[in-house]
Design a protein around this ligand. Structure first.
Ligand SMILES: Nc1nc2c(ncn2[C@@H]2O[C@H](COP(=O)(O)OP(=O)(O)OP(=O)(O)O)[C@@H](O)[C@H]2O)c(=O)[nH]1
Ligand SMILES: [Mg+2]
Length: 445
């Protein structure tokens, strides 16, 4: 039997041991699994208690089970759920009992979602949203993922695709009538008008950049500066735990240390780097090289200093804030620096940290903009939508000759736009397009 037709099972809840573990089974043998292990198939979608036994009649656990007959299930197939006690041995016994059934096997990663996708339960953008939702760390990431899962982009893309298919159909029909100049242009002109309007909508979505894509990875803030100025101390303060080693020796930090913070729902990665200075130590040299590189890549650099030495050694185009540390030791330096903003803190005592954090939150708000307005959350989506817009643009650029020259080119460009949107949704099916064309416009041919 083909692996795709086999019945799969997996632990769908968290890592054991846990109070309850949920094991999902999906595929044609899901019902058989219930019958063999629990002795019955429960009423659909109703929690039912049962003693689960293995093939030899040995009790495994006293459990709750659920039955979702396809196609009204998460995967579109028959689905069974076992809610058992989440001990490792309990799970191992249940897995062994399930595997013992013919054509039932452990699922590959993502296989449940893949089946849902293949059975038309979700499109590719929704599957991406589901993945994002599972991996969301902060509240804003969760909200964005949920919007995607609800199919906001998918629904728009489906509408666009349908409209372009309709426009193509008109144009194809126009081509059929190309001997009769009037009929042909009567069909083609309005079709191109629709394409133009669509192109406007797609461009709007592309332009509402909103940095929604970056919301998945988070904002990168690098702490850089000379050695021993308190970079690691600040990092630990922001993380509220000892992530980096702090010592009075210059050159303590060599590797790049990262922590993920949740700043008002925005994901922010703070990076502590090696103090930037000239050094003979090859290990420290490598640390400095990496520090420079990461600071250049960051979205924001906090340049820490405890003296008047400006910002020696900084490269890169990211905005940079000058943070004067160790103000507890007396008046810190005052020299002029070419930074966007300036802060005075004591990383050890905590003075000025609240202001710095508040400024970071504002920076994150500005950086992500009105993410809620953005529909695009992945580079993949942006690329395919960009390709769609380019194809539509080409179709409008074609110079239509009097005798229907160029119509074929327009049709070709529209087909390619439909193809790109199809890939965005994960559905590419030329038959779809042909169906519409033949169904609606095969006038007497
Ligand atoms: N008085 C005072 N000392 C501080 C402050 N911040 C850090 N220090 C001290 O400065 C020394 C260096 O601190 P680190 O955090 O290791 O400095 P760093 O910039 O990470 O140093 P490298 O990793 O070597 O580049 C330690 O002894 C800290 O306790 C501060 O605000 N006030
Ligand atoms: Mg350090």
């Amino acid at each position: 039997m083909h692996p795709r037709e086999q019945t799969i099972f997996a632990l769908s809840s968290g890592r054991p041991p846990s109070a309850i573990a949920i094991v999902r089974v999906s595929g044609p043998k899901a019902g058989v699994a219930l019958e063999k292990l629990a002795g019955k198939i429960p009423f659909p979608r109703t929690a039912t208690r049962a003693l689960i036994c293995d093939g030899k009649g040995q009790a495994i656990d006293d459990a709750i089970m659920l039955w979702f007959p396809g196609p009204a299930s998460a995967t579109g197939e028959d689905v069974a759920e076992f809610h058992i006690h989440g001990g490792r041995a309990v799970l191992a016994s249940l897995f062994a009992a399930l595997s013992a059934i013919e054509d039932v096997r452990a699922a590959e990663p993502g296989e449940f979602t893949r089946r849902a996708f293949e059975n038309g339960k979700l499109d590719l953008t929704e599957a991406e949203g589901l993945d994002d939702l599972i991996h969301a760390d902060t509240d804003r990431q969760r909200r964005q993922a949920l919007r995607q899962l609800k199919g906001l982009l998918g629904d728009r893309a489906r509408d666009w695709r349908r409209e372009i298919i309709d426009a193509s159909a008109l144009i194809e029909a126009g081509i059929d009538f190309s001997d009769e100049g009037d009929v042909s242009s009567e069909l083609i002109a309005p079709a191109l008008g629709r394409v133009k309007a669509l192109l406007g909508e797609i461009k709007e979505v592309l332009a509402a950049e909103g940095k929604a894509e970056r919301l998945r990875d988070g904002l990168i803030v690098a702490i850089a500066g000379p050695p021993n100025v308190g970079k690691s101390t600040l990092m630990n303060q922001l993380a509220r735990r000892e992530v980096a080693i702090v010592s009075p020796h210059a050159g303590t930090t060599r590797d790049i240390i990262e922590v993920q913070l949740d700043l008002d729902g925005y994901p922010v990665t703070v990076i502590d780097t090696a103090g930037i200075r000239e050094t003979d130590d090859p290990v420290e040299q490598e640390g400095v090289r990496r520090a420079r590189w990461r600071a250049a890549e960051a979205d924001l650099v906090l340049w820490l200093t405890d003296a008047d030495d400006g910002m020696k050694g900084h490269q890169g185009s990211a905005p940079i804030w000058l943070v004067r540390n160790k103000i507890d030791l007396g008046d810190a330096a005052n020299g002029k620096a070419n930074a966007a903003r300036e802060f005075r803190i004591s990383a050890v005592r905590g003075d000025g940290l609240a202001d710095l954090v508040e400024a970071l939150v504002h920076f994150a708000q500005d950086f992500f903009g009105s993410v809620e307005a953005g529909l695009i959350t992945r580079e993949r989506q942006r690329r395919l939508l960009g390709d769609t817009a380019a194809a539509l643009e080409r179709s409008l650029d074609v110079n239509l000759g009097a005798a229907g020259q160029g119509d074929e080119l327009v049709a070709e460009d529209l087909r390619s736009a439909v193809y790109c949107l199809g890939r965005l949704l994960g559905r590419v099916d030329v038959e779809d397009i042909l169906d519409v064309i033949f169904r609606d416009f095969c006038i007497g041919k």
